[in-house]
Write a protein that binds this ligand. Structure first.
Ligand code: GLA
Length: 338
C-alpha cells in the first residue's frame, strides 16, 4: 500500500526495554501490511488461522496451510509468534463434542481428542511459537457464576481447563502457557479471572501468564481499573501480556453509524487515551512482557464489523494508509529520549 520511506521511530525500538510489540495478522495482511509490520513490530499472532475450526475441521483432517504461511512470515522477519488458541467455546468444530450419531461424547473421548489436537498443533509450531493462549474466555461475564456455560463444561466439568494446560505443557515444555480473556479490567470479571488462575496455580497447573485481551475504547475501561487489574494479576507472580489491544472510537453500546472519517477531536482523544494507557503499561514493565494489537493499521480491523456491521472504526496507531496517527506521535513524544 505505501511505498514511502519511513523515518518515524520504530515502535519495537521505542519499547525495547519494556515489552514486545505485536500485531494480529492474517494471510492477506502479511501482504498488504508487510512493510508496516516489519518496520514496527517484533511479534505476531494469527488472527483466526490457528483456531480449532481453522486447523482441524474434521477429526482426520488438519489444514495448516494458512497457519504455516504466518509462521513463515514470522521467521522471515525475525519476529516472535504467539499461538492463539487451543480451547475456546467459539470457532470450535461440532465434531469434537459429538459421536458419529450426533450424541455428546463422554469425557474420556473429549480428553483424548483434545490431547491429540494439542499434540499435533503445538508440536508443529515448536520453535516458532514461544507462548500459547491455551484457554480462552471461560469466565462468565455477569453474575456470581465463575465459568461460562459451554460444551467443554457440560462434558468434562471445570477440570477441562487444567487438562488443557497439562496437555500443552506435555506437547512443548518450553512454551509459555497463558489464560486469555476480555473485559479483564472490569472489577467483577477481574476478580473471577484472578480466582480461576489462583485455583490453577494452587493445584500445580503449568500456567505461566495471563493474557489481557484489552479490547478497549476511548472511554472504557477507566485507567484506574486497568491499573488495578494489572496489580491484581501481577500479585499472582505470573507474567502478563496484552494480547488483543485496540482502542475503539465508540462506547460499546454506541450504535451510531454516521462517521465516514475519524474527526480530529476523536483522534486527539485517542492520542490522550494511548498516552495514559502506555504510561501505565510502562510502569508495570517488570510484569508485562508483550503488548499485541489486534491488527496493525486502520485499513483492517474486526471493529469495522463489531458490534455494528459495516461501521468504520479507527482503533490503531496507524491510519488507513499506514501512516502514523496523532496517537503514535504522542507515544513518541512521551517515550523517545532526546
Ligand atoms: C476474541 C478472540 C479473538 C478474536 C476477537 C475478535 O477476543 O480471542 O480471537 O476472535 O475475539 O476478533
Amino acid at each position: 500500500m505505501s511505498n514511502t520511506q519511513r523515518s518515524e521511530p520504530r515502535l519495537k525500538e521505542m519499547f525495547a526495554d519494556d515489552f514486545l510489540i505485536g500485531a494480529a495478522v492474517n494471510p492477506r495482511t502479511i501482504e498488504t501490511q508487510e512493510e508496516l509490520l516489519s518496520y514496527h513490530f517484533n511479534s505476531i499472532t494469527a488472527e483466526n488461522e490457528m483456531k480449532f475450526v481453522s486447523v482441524h475441521p474434521a477429526e482426520d483432517t488438519y489444514t495448516f496451510e494458512d497457519a504455516d504461511r504466518l509462521a513463515a512470515f514470522a521467521r522471515k522477519h525475525g519476529m516472535k509468534m504467539r499461538g492463539h488458541t487451543l480451547v475456546w467455546h467459539n470457532q470450535t468444530t461440532d465434531w469434537l463434542f459429538e459421536d458419529k450419531n450426533g450424541n455428546m461424547v463422554d469425557k474420556a473421548t473429549l480428553y483424548a481428542r483434545l490431547k491429540s489436537h494439542t499434540d499435533t498443533v503445538v508440536k508443529r509450531y515448536k520453535g516458532d511459537i514461544y507462548a500459547w493462549d491455551v484457554v480462552n474466555e471461560v469466565i462468565a461475564d455477569e453474575g456470581a457464576e465463575l465459568l461460562r456455560p459451554s460444551k467443554w463444561l457440560d462434558i468434562a466439568g471445570p477440570e477441562f481447563i487444567s487438562k488443557a494446560f497439562e496437555y500443552a505443557h506435555e506437547a512443548d515444555p518450553s512454551a509459555l502457557l497463558f489464560y486469555n480473556d476480555y473485559n479483564e479490567s472490569h472489577p467483577n470479571k477481574r476478580d473471577k479471572i484472578h480466582t480461576l488462575v489462583k485455583l490453577l496455580l494452587d493445584q500445580g497447573t503449568p500456567i505461566h501468564g495471563i493474557g489481557l485481551q484489552a479490547h478497549w475504547n476511548l472511554y472504557d475501561p477507566a485507567l484506574d481499573d486497568i491499573r488495578s487489574a494489572i496489580e491484581k494479576y501481577a500479585s499472582l507472580g505470573l507474567q502478563l501480556q496484552l494480547t488483543e489491544l485496540d482502542v475503539s472510537m465508540f462506547r460499546f453500546d454506541d450504535k451510531r453509524k454516521d462517521l465516514t472519517e475519524a474527526p480530529e477531536e476523536l483522534l486527539e482523544a485517542q492520542a490522550k487515551r494511548y498516552e495514559g494507557m502506555f504510561g501505565i503499561l510502562r510502569e508495570y514493565r517488570d510484569h508485562i512482557t508483550s503488548v499485541t494489537f489486534w491488527g496493525a493499521a486502520d485499513d483492517y480491523t474486526w471493529l469495522d464489523h463489531f458490534p455494528v456491521r459495516g461501521r468504520k472504526n479507527w482503533p490503531f496507531l496507524f491510519d488507513e494508509r499506514h501512516q502514523p496517527k496523532p496517537a503514535f506521535h504522542r507515544l513518541v513524544e512521551r517515550t523517545v529520549k532526546v
